[in-house]
Design a protein around this ligand. Sequence first.
Ligand code: GLA
Length: 663
Amino acid sequence: MTRRSVFASAAIAAIAGAFLAGLAAAAAEPESVPLSSLDLSPIEQGWGKVQANQAVTEKPMSIAGQKFTSGVGTHARSVIIVELGGGSSRFHAVCGVDDNARAGRGSVQFRIAGDGKLLWKSPVMKAGDKGQPIDLDVSGIKTLFLIAADTGDGVDFDHANWAEARFEIAGQQPKIVAAPVEEAVILTPPPPAEPRINGPKVYGCRPGNPFLYRIPTTGERPITFAAENLPAGLAVDPATGIITGSAPPRGEHTVTLRATNSRGAASRTLKIIAGDKLALTPPMGWNHWYAHYNRITDKMMREAADIMVASGMADVGYQYVNIDDCWENAPKHQDPLRVGPLRDDQGNVLTNKHFPDMKSLTDYIHAKGLKAGIYTSPGPLTCAGFTGSYEHEAQDARQYAEWGFDFLKYDWCSYGRIVAGQKGDEVLKKPYREMGEILKQQPRDIVYNLCQYGMGDVWKWGAEVGGHSWRTGGDLGFELNRIFEVALKNVAIGQHNKPGEWNDPDYIQIGYIGRARGMGEPGPCGMTPNEQYAFMSLWCMMASPLFYSGDMSRLDAFTLNVLCNPEVIEINQDPLGLCGSLAAESEDTFVLAKKLEDGSLAVGLFNRGEWEQEVAARWSDLGLSGPQRVRDLWRQKDLGARDDEFRASVPRYGAVLVRLWPQ
Ligand code: GLA
């Protein structure tokens, strides 16, 4: 043997020995990689910050009295996306709600999915429930999802632990990755150059009151407008399409609206119903709250009105330009221009220095054919601590009418202190009924929005006390990661929706909005593009009031596309005023169906899960039979006919919206 070959064979023996030893070790004990040892920074969750080896509260992790020194502490809703690349064989953990979550509060469902399939789920778990051991075969799986979902009761105290979570690996190391970034795709073609008349087909007003209606019309300007059979006392401005005058006598008045430009002409029927009812279709507009909070000024309101017209929003039916809280004076506030006496010697409410002249503001808004809204509380102070209407209800309502407001949001807030200790629905109804009566006596049509967060099942009596819409829950700004759940709750009480009586799940918050917590400056809303389509689709399928509450000065093409598709809005504004009902539901997907006046059916396919899924709307679930013509509403595209179902692949947190006509 040469020296070289001796050396070589020794080396081979050494390598073979090491290899065999490695094999033996691998067979005895595969490498164990704790979840908490990975970079956790890509994880997003509903509250707080994800923690390694402790609970989300930064306290030691414990489930039903059992302490754990390793694991990952999260908060629902959280999704941990782990790239396994097929390199892991098993996943072990003990999952449960942390003992630091207040007993009886917080409920979480843990779910594990691999490559688009649910592999395991826990029962609904609460604080105090024994941990659920997990020992799962994940061999071959490329992407694993560890999901801590809220269970329909909100995310409060949903402290979700993946205790002792670890992977057994044979190949590639696991890595936590961020949720996929979606491109903001504009699905809807731009409006045609020829005129198209949009907006409601029925419009309610009270006889003799000032009348204002801007015919929402897309198409190249200039457009010449006309209205045939307009009742006496009303006139249309041919250049702007704004109809003004005094509302006609009680009864139904069918008017033919016409719009003509160099490219073509359009006509449409509008039924003006003069009587007691207003808001015969869900009110549409903009509210300042989630964009500007306590920074709102007269200048911003005027700018919002300008943009509502310039952006084309008014051409598809947006109409109200509404001030929320913070236009009054406050006893104390960080902005000295908002501090001052609450009322004058006669008890008249005073505006703060950012609102020097309310009449001139509403004149400005009305001149564009738009309407103006205002806000107050039945309590002494509003939610943000500004002047409320307590003991000045009639005087304030008269003032709002004189200023020229067309909409009032009446927000419970400090009224709770006035009735502390009193119980029963009458206590809840009283202030709303009182203001409802007062508003009816004003010589103006004032749409009345009740804001008391759904107390006492307000949807059952909101109309009885004079309301046209009522908030069904708390502030949606705090629940933006739960829009599907919030919508399903509203669908469950959807039978209370009818013309002039609307469940209000709160404002559309897409585009640029300020974080609700801390009343932040506007920034990107944080929802995926598909989720924004789903948001609008849900609100349209529910026939919810459509108030955009983002920053008008930063509307981009994508946001406008989501807000302004007339075929989608038509679903919302349908004269039947029905809330879509739940036609089918599975773990992550559901189908809503809404009957429309022309005998067609709007159908929404929704996916609230973490990956794209196929969803079927079966005729048997929709109460249909025979072939149906299908139109995709977001893409404004005919899809041909289907015989017994419509199926589509629905993106993560997304929606597909179609309309079906019997063939
Ligand atoms: C409450 C309401 C919000 C908003 C604020 C204003 O929170 O629910 O919609 O009006 O008050 O302070």
